[in-house]
Each structure stands twice: as structure tokens, then as C-alpha cells.
Design a binder for this molecule. Structure first.
Ligand code: SF4
Length: 89
């Protein structure tokens, strides 16, 4: 799993840091997300998936690896790109 964050979208809500504190933090100046671990170990991944799902700004994207249909070249095929959904009010 590769984790990406978009600080331009981040609202500083802090849900990610509360949900997966080993992977996400917030900077002291603006409260925006800081990615601590872009390739979290297996035991951290469930919390990372929850964090991506609860982010109100859809600022967290996950690239899941390890599909049986992965290309022999190790390219982008076979990966599942997941991101949090955008919630509209
Ligand atoms: S949950 Fe989303 S909006 Fe809130 S700090 Fe984390 S990345 Fe930013």
C-alpha cells in the first residue's frame, strides 16, 4: 500500500491523525496533514483505510498492490487506486 495526501485539499480536521496516528500527523502551524509513513506495514493498513474513508476533504489516496492480475512488468496494471469519497453538503 502506498499512501498519498493532498495538503491543498486538507481542511485540518484531524480525523486521519486520530484514526491512524502512526501514519498521519498534523503540522503545528496550519494543522494540515503530515504523512509520517507513506508505505505502512500490514498491521497499520486497516486504520489507514478507515482514515481515508473518514477524511472530509478526500485528501487521502491509497494505492493498493498485490492483485493476482498484476502485470509482469510491475506497472500500474493490477493496482487498485482507492481514495476517500467527496461528501457534498
Ligand atoms: S482527515 Fe483529511 S482533512 Fe482532516 S487532517 Fe487528515 S487529510 Fe486533512
Amino acid at each position: 500500500m502506498d499512501v498519498h495526501v493532498d495538503r491543498h485539499r486538507c481542511l485540518g480536521a484531524g480525523m486521519c491523525a486520530l484514526t491512524a496516528p502512526a501514519v498521519f500527523d498534523q503540522d503545528e502551524d496550519e494543522g494540515l496533514v503530515v504523512l509520517l509513513d507513506p508505505s505502512p506495514a500490514e498491521d497499520r493498513r486497516p486504520a489507514v483505510r478507515v482514515a481515508a474513508g473518514v477524511c472530509p476533504a478526500a485528501a487521502i489516496s491509497l494505492i493498493e498492490q498485490g492483485s493476482s492480475s498484476a502485470s509482469p512488468e510491475g506497472g500500474a496494471e493490477g493496482r487498485v487506486v482507492r481514495g476517500s469519497s467527496v461528501r457534498e453538503s
